[in-house]
Design a protein around this ligand. Structure first.
Ligand SMILES: Nc1ncnc2c1ncn2[C@@H]1O[C@H](COP(=O)(O)OP(=O)(O)OP(=O)(O)O)[C@@H](O)[C@H]1O
Length: 290
């Protein structure tokens, strides 16, 4: 399953252009979508789920054009976990998922089998008799993910799937998505860079409706290589000066002094700065601020 986006634009009635003439090819596997608040990620995902019609441009899902006549066919192939999801508060987790399975037209026995499997995978089996309204935010999120996976879509779109999850659950969910993507396509939108580092090889970085970068994780890291330095100083005025002159990807107070990671085109002239290895966070800050 591959998705092609050609010259896509979404302009809302208030004049905001949330997606601005973008082209993208989303291949098989997990594809990351990274970008600041308001970059246009949700708008792009809403177009890909057919919820929102673009202003111009086109989208093809394995060669099938997004248009009214094809929406039903396309929707059957798509699973979506939106950023906000509030499923039937008075139903239990299992009732809710069984209902979602019915809506998706999954045969009852098959639906039960899948629900058991995904409840186990998302550590929700012990909570299946709880009413949806009794769940914590992280549990609701996981039920939302199960509903998106239930009909085993060829193209899964997940918006911040690990929000509100503890570290152990976050890892389990990431691994579940990696396994799911073995034979499918997953678009994984997040602000959590470690989640992308741990799951995907390819990603797009979005800002103000455009892609600043599309390609492999390795190439993105390479872009920032040679532009990241670390400096540790006890001199507060030097630290302030560095913060003014460079983009800072991290700042820590340590026993040795203030430790800063700096990003810039050239080697800082201040003494004590040493070149260091690039993290995805550094690379993200570098490409979004050039
Ligand atoms: N229905 C709408 N009508 C008007 N403007 C909108 C609408 N939806 C989104 N926008 C605007 O479009 C831009 C992109 O919003 P979008 O929600 O797609 O960003 P995002 O990358 O998903 O942000 P976040 O990471 O905060 O979820 C923002 O300026 C937003 O205010």
């Amino acid at each position: 399953m591959s998705i092609r986006i050609d010259d896509l634009t979404v302009t809302f009635k208030n004049g905001v252009t949330a997606v601005d003439h973008v082209d993208l090819e989303i291949p098989h596997g997990i594809f990351g979508l990274l970008g600041e608040n308001g970059a246009g990620k949700t708008t792009l995902m809403r177009v890909l789920t057919t919820v929102l019609a673009p202003t111009s441009g086109k989208v093809l899902l394995d060669g099938t054009l997004y248009c009214e006549a094809n929406y039903e066919k396309i929707q059957k192939k798509i699973g979506y976990l939106p950023q906000e999801i509030d499923l039937y508060p008075s139903l239990t987790v299992r009732e809710c998922l069984e209902y979602m399975g019915d809506l998706a037209g999954i045969e009852k026995r098959e639906s039960k089998k899948r629900i058991d499997y995904y409840l186990e995978k998302t550590s929700l089996a012990d909570h299946q008799k709880k009413k949806m309204r009794q769940l914590s935010g992280g549990m609701k999120r996981r039920v939302g993910l199960v509903q998106a996976l239930l009909h085993e879509p060829d193209f899964l779109i997940v918006d911040e799937p690990t929000t509100g999850l503890d570290p152990e659950e976050r890892i389990r969910i990431r691994n579940l998505l990696v396994d799911f993507a073995e034979e499918r396509t997953v678009l994984f939108s997040t602000h959590v860079v470690e989640d992308l580092m741990a799951t995907c090889n390819q990603l797009a970085v979005m800002k103000k409706g455009r892609f600043l970068y599309t390609g492999t994780m390795r190439e993105l890291l390479n872009k920032a290589r040679g532009h990241v330095w670390e400096c540790c100083t006890e001199d507060e005025s030097l630290a302030r000066e560095l913060e003014r002159k460079y983009h800072i990807s991290s700042k820590q107070y340590t026993e040795e002094g203030i430790r800063l990671r700096l990003l810039g085109e050239n080697m800082p002239s201040e003494s004590g700065c040493i070149a260091c290895d690039v993290t995805l966070e550094d690379a993200y800050i570098y490409v979004t601020n050039r």
